[in-house]
Ligand binder design. Structure first.
Ligand SMILES: Cc1cc2nc3c(=O)[nH]c(=O)nc-3n(C[C@H](O)[C@H](O)[C@H](O)COP(=O)(O)O)c2cc1C
Length: 185
């Protein structure tokens, strides 16, 4: 069965970007011939949420976020590549979340609390960092992304981490290689 993979890249770098290079390999490992791959390079510029976006939401009208939402809803698998920037996520990724986290569309409030509506999807987060260890107390990027994807119903999340690239590059690469190999298995 043909499936759809949505790839989001967020590193400000193109040449030499570790997260993008690893995402190339993760996408190859996760797809089969005939699958549809949709790529959105958020680093090329994503407008931040504006007053007119919010007004369009309230009025049920069209908004700049509609293509982002359509891509996300159509995806079976999501691959998000990100560097850790200043212990958090790159700004364009935060902007993307602000556009797609939408009450009534990607989550809703129930008497039992918030409920994610994007169920049945898998996400693979490809994280690069210079020194911050993924999952450590100073990594505010990965836990936040996990949380907000889960809030929208995406709870099947795998992390590929090439972290501490400045201090232990070989170990970082080896760890990411092993995690990508496990994706294909
Ligand atoms: C603006 C900026 C902020 C950064 N902040 C951090 C940080 O907080 N922690 C860290 O370990 N590395 C930090 N780095 C290093 C990057 O995470 C690292 O170079 C990573 O490989 C970048 O991803 P890329 O190779 O895909 O471009 C920062 C780099 C930049 C450019």
């Amino acid at each position: 069965m043909s499936r759809t993979l949505l790839r989001l890249d967020t590193s400000a770098r193109h040449d030499g970007s570790v997260s993008r290079a690893l995402a190339d390999r993760a996408v190859a490992a996760l797809t089969a011939p005939g699958d549809r791959i949709v790529t959105r390079d958020l680093a090329l510029g994503l407008p931040h949420l504006t007053a007119s976006d919010l007004a369009a939401r309230g009025a049920g009208g069209a908004s700049a976020a509609d293509p982002l939402l359509d891509e996300l809803k159509a995806a079976d698998t999501l691959v998000i590549s990100l560097p850790i920037y200043n212990f958090g996520v790159p700004v364009p990724l935060k902007a993307w979340v602000d556009h797609v986290a939408r009450a009534g569309i990607t989550f809703r409030y129930t008497e039992a609390g918030p409920q994610g509506l994007l169920t049945g999807k898998r996400a693979v987060l490809v994280v690069a960092s210079g020194g911050t260890r993924v999952g450590s107390p100073i990594d505010f990027a990965t836990p936040w992304l996990r949380h907000v994807l889960g809030f929208m119903g995406i709870t099947d999340i795998t992390v590929i981490a090439a972290d501490a690239l400045m201090t232990a590059p070989e170990a970082a690469q080896a760890q990411a290689d092993a995690q990508i190999a496990a994706l294909a298995a």
